[in-house]
Design a binder for this molecule. Structure first.
Ligand code: NAD
Length: 295
């Protein structure tokens, strides 16, 4: 099949590589030329704009940082909608605002182009292994058209509702992810100050009721190594918590826990950790308390 992929970052690049490895003809674009060159070496065709990608492909995937960038890539002068023919399918894998997703889907529909949101969970390792959880927001009647292609990228593909529903459930998930990370950071620093070794905390909590995804994913690989290369960047997690607050504001719902977590991620951004893995928020507590969780 002729596929397009726009946004070859931490998540997009391994996903695009899997599509090339599955012998699909893949047309790629990213503002970072080096990412395009890397895919070209594997057999993908580099393009100079989203327009060119959409012109060549039947389905175009997006994996981009935020709603504004997605909107620009889709509706811009050399955007996907200007290059795509009738019947083209756009699948947005990014984590973005459900409302702007619905608006883009309506614009696409005016040209008989189908738009789906399919945000993912499982991180870079899941993207590399093709084991992502995919939350598909699409018309019931369209799901079958994309399941086989999505199966190259994920193992748990759930049709969660119409377009926009994918991002709604993703927002709820990432609210939990960010809040859990914020709590893990303060808990581990408390433990360290109480004289506990990181390894002991990891072993005991990993088998106790305080266990969580962030403990499994972030403690050994990031916090204990002191290696905060993303992974999932602070800036992206901050964006996702903001999406939750924006959605809640619309319906007049307070989110006190989420708001607390946002402040910690804001502190990390102020410290210059925005591009580091989300687990680098632990450094805020470590610096405050004059300790390091790792030895
Ligand atoms: P990233 O910043 O590593 O990658 C984004 C890519 O988009 C970069 O290569 C960048 O050059 C490219 N880009 C930016 N503007 C562009 C434009 N106008 N045209 C074309 N390319 C452009 O981000 P990521 O970690 O790969 O995340 C991508 C999306 O997936 C985000 O919405 C994020 O929230 C979501 N997500 C990330 C993870 C993760 O663990 N990193 C997990 C689940 C979901």
């Amino acid at each position: 099949m002729r596929l397009g992929f726009i946004g070859l970052g931490a998540m997009g690049k391994p996903m695009a590589k899997r599509l090339v490895a599955a012998s699909h003809k893949l047309f790629v674009y990213d503002v970072a030329g080096s990412a395009v060159e890397e895919l070209e070496k594997l057999g993908a065709h580099g393009c100079s704009s989203p327009f060119e990608v959409a012109k060549e492909a039947e389905i175009t995937f997006l994996s981009l940082p935020n709603s504004a960038i997605v909107a620009g890539v889709v509706t811009g002068e050399k955007g996907v909608l200007s290059g795509a023919d009738e019947g083209h399918i756009i699948i947005d894998l990014s984590s973005v605002d459900p409302e702007s997703t619905r608006k883009l889907a309506a614009k696409a529909a005016e040209k008989s182009i189908e738009y789906m949101d399919a945000p993912v969970s499982g991180g870079v390792t899941g993207a590399e292994a093709g084991t992502l959880a995919i939350m598909l927001g699409a018309k019931e009647t369209s799901v079958e058209k994309v399941l086989l292609i999505l199966a190259h990228l994920g193992k748990r593909i759930v049709h969660v509702g119409d377009v926009g529903a994918g991002n709604a459930v993703k927002i709820v998930n990432n609210l939990l992810l960010g809040a859990n990370m914020a709590v893990l950071a303060e808990a581990l620093v408390l433990g360290r100050k109480l004289g506990l070794e990181a390894g002991i905390m990891h072993e005991v909590i990993g088998r106790s009721s305080g266990k969580s995804y962030v403990l499994d994913a972030k403690m050994e690989n990031f916090i204990m190594k002191g290696d905060f290369n993303p992974g999932f960047a602070v800036d992206l997690q901050y964006k996702d918590l903001g999406l939750a607050v924006d959605a809640a504001r619309e319906i007049k719902m307070p989110l006190p826990m989420t708001s607390q977590a946002i402040q910690l991620f804001e502190m990390a951004r102020a410290k210059g950790y925005g591009g580091e893995d989300m687990s680098s928020v632990i450094k805020i507590w470590e610096d405050l308390m004059g300790t390091r969780v790792r030895k």
